[in-house]
Design a protein around this ligand. Structure first.
Ligand SMILES: [Zn+2]
Length: 149
């Protein structure tokens, strides 16, 4: 058991080190996660971002670089923080993860939150809605409600 979790920890560590080289610079502007979660790029996932938990209950995050390429950079940061809301905040709901992201980013970079809101309204707008995620207008409302300054 001890051996397995040591190997697993090593895999996760190497995974997160690899990610540091993969992550687009635009994703790191203005906000850093408060806790390190392994992150990687995966062009095969059907979402822009996806948080999963390993058999030990530890989170890891994947991003689809193709879908990221269709979005402006402020939304990359918002997506990244949103996934960390699932991973660190252990929030299952999409609006709750959006709220966590808005609060965390607004603590360090209120200007970036303004840019995120602008893009949610003007770039995403009526798009982005599905069974669990609101459209851009609804997400912008959540961000404005949850930002702290
Ligand atoms: Zn989500």
């Amino acid at each position: 058991m001890r051996r397995v979790s040591f190997v697993m920890a090593l895999v996760l560590m190497v995974n997160s080190m690899t990610f540091a080289q993969q992550i687009p610079a635009g994703m790191m502007m203005g906000w850093q996660p408060p806790v390190v979660v392994p992150e990687s790029m995966n062009p095969n996932i059907p979402y822009a971002g996806l948080t999963q938990f390993d058999p030990f209950g530890r989170p890891f995050i994947m991003y689809n670089p193709v879908i990221l390429g269709t979005l402006p950079q402020p939304l990359w940061v918002f997506l990244r923080a949103h996934e960390h809301g699932h991973a660190i905040g252990r929030l299952a709901g999409e609006a709750e993860a959006d709220c966590w992201a808005a609060r965390e980013i607004s603590k360090v970079n209120p200007d970036l939150v303004d840019q995120i809101v602008w893009h949610l309204i003007n770039t995403l707008g009526p798009r982005g809605g599905d069974a669990t995620h609101g459209n851009g207008y609804q997400m912008a409302e959540v961000v404005q409600r949850c930002r702290v300054r």
